[in-house]
Ligand binder design. Structure first.
Ligand SMILES: Cc1cc2nc3c(=O)[nH]c(=O)nc-3n(C[C@H](O)[C@H](O)[C@H](O)COP(=O)(O)O)c2cc1C
Length: 172
């Protein structure tokens, strides 16, 4: 089985998860960013990763999906600033909605797995969002200290477990 791990990452969080997944993969495997992917047709399984942007899927990621992903076997991984296990129900609903948008972006694919974890909101980005004057973006900026250090070692281990489950077909 030929496997590709591909990602888009602007500050390195999703790339870290991609590398953990790649490390956990057995067999014939390749890793490269979206920008270096010409076609995924020769792969039997593709791990696709990206960060959540503005409560959903960035236009550039949508373009990658519409160009490459239809009919393909995809294992999806996503990073986001929102706490994965927060105790604020409104924020949890928001997180669930943004994750659902990520999943449904692959409605034309065979989605064989989904992993998500928190990713640090970089300080320069937080400062920029804070100055945007847009309340929802300022909410993210204020969460910056809670995101620090993610994905952490435990989340990277979870990404490896996820990889093994996808490979053994143990996701359901
Ligand atoms: C412009 C911008 C918008 C973002 N919007 C969201 C969002 O709506 N929801 C969320 O949970 N995280 C949001 N984030 C946080 C990123 O998803 C998170 O920090 C991610 O781990 C970044 O991954 P990367 O380092 O691979 O780019 C946003 C980050 C940026 C820079």
């Amino acid at each position: 089985m030929k496997i590709l791990v591909t990602w888009w990452s602007s500050t390195g969080n999703t790339k870290k998860v991609a590398e953990a997944i790649f490390e956990a993969l057995p067999g014939e495997k390749t890793i490269k960013p979206f920008a270096e992917v010409e076609s995924i047709d020769s792969y039997d399984l593709v791990f696709v990763g990206f960060p959540v942007r503005q409560f959903g899927v960035h236009a550039g990621v949508r373009k990658f999906i519409s160009t490459h992903a239809a009919g393909k076997k995809i294992a999806l991984f996503v990073t986001h600033a929102m706490l994965s296990q927060g105790n604020d129900p409104a924020k949890q609903r928001l997180l669930e909605k943004e994750l659902e948008r990520c999943r449904t972006a692959f409605s034309e694919s065979e989605l064989v797995g989904f992993f998500h974890c928190q990713g640090e909101l970089s300080e320069p980005v937080a400062a920029e969002l804070m100055q945007s004057g847009i309340p929802m973006l300022q909410v993210f900026a204020s969460m910056q200290p809670l995101t620090s250090g993610h994905p952490d070692q435990s989340e990277l281990e979870q990404a490896k477990d996820f990889t093994s489950k996808v490979i053994t077909g143990d996701m359901r």
